[in-house]
Design a protein around this ligand. Structure first.
Ligand SMILES: Nc1nc2c(ncn2[C@@H]2O[C@H](COP(=O)(O)OP(=O)(O)OP(=O)(O)O)[C@@H](O)[C@H]2O)c(=O)[nH]1
Length: 469
């Protein structure tokens, strides 16, 4: 039935591919949609070809209604545009959560808003004409892609290169406008937009995939990387083929089919990328909230809650493996006086200095936390009493000798430490009480001291510093 003089109508060819294109919504001007005689079908030639649907045995009513098993590209683009609009609202709303503002959310919101408008323009191209339908929607698509990659760079804490990305997007847009209004060349438009999308998606994949190394980011990072890589491959293929055809080469893949696949990909990817970014933002928000609960904001040491949780885990492990555990209760001496002399800010510097010095002096397997004010605790895991006493002694003497650097002077301060070893099976609260009692002894003995508490409740004061009084 079909020949070079009477080629297969687009609807039927697309139907073979499982993709339905409504006959009264012609493909982009000048895009070759058929092999054989009609190699450069325009809207008008498409309109001329339309009656052949009927002569091909397909009634017009059937041709204008998508068969139920096929995909309707315009509906998909419109649906994904609506999803993009919703996602934009979600990103802008999330941005208001404290601490989330510099996480790329503004750019992702902007990008989704641009995709939403671009989708609406794209599906209305029949009614809006070339300028708004193709020109503006492609411009918005380019701008959305630029915002997407800037958001990614900001999220991962890298330089945003806003000017470079913006300049590249501007050049692509100028080329697009030239090949729309000055020299109407759809193949060059496809090349430009596809080339720009390829670069952006490759960069997004390059930025996201390393995030998969972090356990909590693995899933969204892999999803984003895979979607971006697939998109980069598709856009690169279409852009290369369009450039090749512009240079006079014959198409390797069916251009109409490729166009539909890319459009379907874009419709799917807009939502997939937005959901992926949302998952990344959620992971970041969760980690930040967890850190706020488990860590002290001023010193970076574990908070009381974080310390208790870490102690529970360490004690369970120690019981299971039969390992020794010691607990040191540490209090900064005369801290009220430090505040009075150096101000609250000076006192804060001392707290930060002590936490940093202690953290530096212990490994990751021990737990160190700020229990409140100027009180800290250190749980030594897999360390017998003598080693823990030596560490406590060194910590006390280092603090006493070096003090805390401040603007133009040193704030000298000391610490008192109560140390106990845990007999197997002792509860955390009992251990804490004994360490507190040992600390009380160190304070009572004049401060700047390490007091070791014994199992039977007696304290053995083992070391007093030079400045103790
Ligand atoms: N700068 C600063 N001061 C704090 C902070 N939290 C608690 N403080 C102060 O720490 C001081 C603790 O004073 P005290 O409990 O009397 O203890 P002290 O002066 O260290 O005396 P001793 O423990 O007996 O040596 C109080 O003045 C609190 O205001 C903080 O986060 N920053």
């Amino acid at each position: 039935m079909y020949s070079d003089r009477n080629p297969v109508p687009t609807t039927l060819r697309s139907a073979e591919a499982g993709i339905w294109q409504p006959p009264n919504n012609p493909p982009e001007e000048g895009v070759p949609i058929m092999d054989g005689a009609v190699t450069n079908c325009t809207a008008s030639s498409y309109a001329r070809a339309r009656p052949r649907l009927c002569s091909a045995g397909l009634p017009l009513s059937a041709a204008s209604t998508p068969p139920p098993h096929m995909l309707h590209t315009d509906s998909m683009i419109l649906t994904s545009g609506m999803c993009a609009a919703l996602m934009a609202m979600v990103f802008f709303a999330m941005r208001r959560i404290p601490g989330m503002a510099p996480g790329g959310l503004y750019w992702w919101g902007l990008s989704n808003a641009q995709f939403a408008v671009a989708s609406a323009l794209l599906v209305s191209q029949g009614a809006l004409g070339l300028a708004l339908g193709i020109g503006l929607s492609s411009t918005l698509f380019i701008a959305g892609m630029a915002a997407l990659v800037i958001g990614c760079r900001e999220f991962f804490g890298l330089p945003r290169y806003t000017r470079l990305v913006g300049l590249t997007a501007l050049l692509a847009t100028l080329g697009l406008l030239y090949f729309t209004f000055v020299d109407n060349q759809s193949l060059m438009r496809i090349s430009l937009v596809g080339g720009f999308a390829t670069i952006v998606l490759l960069d997004v994949a390059r930025l996201c995939l390393p995030g998969a190394r972090e356990r909590i980011m693995r899933f969204p990072a892999l999803v984003l990387g895979a979607v971006a890589l697939a998109g980069a491959a598709l856009h690169a293929l279409r852009a290369t083929q369009a450039g090749w055809m512009f240079a006079g080469g014959a198409p390797v893949f069916d251009p109409a089919l490729l166009m539909h696949v890319v459009r379907l990909y874009n419709a799917f990817a807009m939502t997939a990328l937005a959901v992926g970014f949302l998952m990344l933002a959620h992971v970041r928000l969760r980690a930040s909230l967890e850190r706020q609960i488990t860590h002290d904001a001023l010193t970076g040491a574990l908070s009381r809650t974080g310390f208790m949780d870490a102690c529970d885990a360490i004690l369970k492990r120690a019981d299971r493996l039969g390992r020794p555990v010691c607990l040191a209760f540490i209090d900064l001496d005369h801290f009220k006086t430090i505040n009075d002399v150096y101000g609250h800010f000076g006192g804060d510097r001392v707290l930060e200095h002590f936490a940093a010095s202690t953290t530096r002096s212990i490994g990751n397997e021990h737990a160190f936390g700020r229990l409140g004010g100027e009180e800290f605790a250190l749980l030594y895991h897999n360390m017998a009493l003598e080693d823990a006493r030596l560490h406590s002694y060194r910590l006390r003497t280092d603090i006493e000798r070096h003090g805390c650097p401040s603007d133009d002077h040193w704030i000298m301060y000391t610490v008192s430490i109560g140390l106990v070893e845990r007999p197997p099976g002792e509860s955390l609260s009992a251990l804490l009480q004994r360490a507190d009692a040992a600390l009380y002894s160190a304070k009572a003995a004049g401060r700047n001291a390490v007091s070791v508490g014994r199992d039977n409740g007696a304290d053995a004061l083992v070391d007093l510093g030079a400045t103790a009084h």
